[in-house]
Design a protein around this ligand. Structure first.
Ligand code: ZN
Ligand code: ZN
Length: 314
């Protein structure tokens, strides 16, 4: 089969890959579409030490023709962490296309059967690719009481920043999106306050919650400036590499810091099915899997919208 393979130095389309080995408890899925995300670009730069087929945002169909996607953490289900209900943190987990498990940028992917979610017909393939990142945005609402009567600033106008903005808005919170790309800030929608990064100084110590979606070492220090005393900073993006930061304000202002990763698929599916959240403004170029290398180039361009790989188009 075909698959987008990272061999430790570069990303290539390979046509000589064996079909995935389907382990006990797994289901073989024929992939229809997959999305390229920031994590994939980081892996392609060698940051996560992964080798294999990339891809963790996808929609496909089972051998019975059921349209599905799957959660990405494959947990052992037996260790103490799993039994406590924290499967996404299982110490021996594999993660689709990220950690010790081949991913979905291929003709076929094997996924944990218990991780499968059916996709309602009303969600088309292109939007369904966003279920995984949208679920990650909803994770923030599970962890922090963002909602009516609260204010939140989202820093970063990339795809995850916009998804977090929309999730926060649908929670009822007053939302401010901070970024530096006017064309992306405009996508946020009417009831979101838009602030350019150059103008944030006046917002010092303002917000109940600040979500850092920048993927940059500058995001967290800015979040600490913007959050009010006893407020909460939510870290949604990882930053590759170490950096230095003064944590004294965290103590003095008694700031709560929350790390936030994977989230609830059913909530994301419901939000797309009811059009509570419309992700279509985030959809960018669509290329056939055969053009995967070019698709990665496009995805890596500054300000790129979500680049999709279509497995079957010509
Ligand atoms: Zn991703
Ligand atoms: Zn476990």
């Amino acid at each position: 089969m075909r698959g987008v393979f990272f061999d430790g130095s570069s990303v290539h389309l390979r046509r000589d890959l064996p079909d995935p080995a389907v382990c006990a408890g797994e289901t073989l899925v024929r992939v229809r579409r997959a999305g390229i995300c920031e994590t994939d670009l980081q892996i392609a730069r060698g940051y996560m030490g992964f080798r294999g087929v990339l891809g963790h945002e996808f929609v496909g169909e089972t051998s019975e023709g059921r349209r599905v996607t799957a959660e990405i953490n494959n947990a052992c289900q037996t260790c103490e962490t799993c039994r406590a209900g924290r499967q996404n943190h299982c110490p021996s987990r594999t993660v689709l296309g990220i950690l010790n498990h081949d991913g979905a940028m291929a003709d076929y992917v094997a996924v944990s059967t218990r991780n499968l979610h059916a996709i309602p017909d009303i969600i088309d393939d292109r939007c369904a690719v966003f279920i995984e990142p949208l679920a990650a945005a909803f994770r923030m609402i599970e962890q922090a009481e963002v909602g009516y009567g609260t204010s939140i600033a989202v820093i970063g106008d990339g795809k995850l920043g916009l998804l977090c903005t929309w999730v926060a808005r649908s929670s009822g919170a007053r939302v401010t999106l901070i970024g530096k790309h006017p064309e992306k800030l405009r996508v946020a929608g009417e009831d979101v306050q838009i602030v350019h990064l150059d103008e944030v100084e006046r917002l010092r110590a303002t917000f109940d919650f600040v979500a850092d979606c920048t993927g940059s070492p500058t995001g967290f220090p800015l979040a600490l400036k913007l959050v009010r005393p006893c407020g909460t900073v939510i870290l949604k993006t990882t930053v590759a590499g170490d950096y230095t930061i003064n944590l004294a304000p965290v103590v003095i202002d008694e700031v709560t810091i929350i790390g936030s990763r994977c989230g609830p698929f059913p909530r994301a599916i419901a939000a797309l099915a009811t059009r509570e959240i419309d992700v279509t403004p985030l959809i960018g170029a669509e290329l056939n899997l055969d053009d995967a290398e070019r698709a990665f180039q496009l995805a890596g361009e500054r300000g790129a919208r979500k680049v999709l790989l279509d497995m079957h188009s010509k």
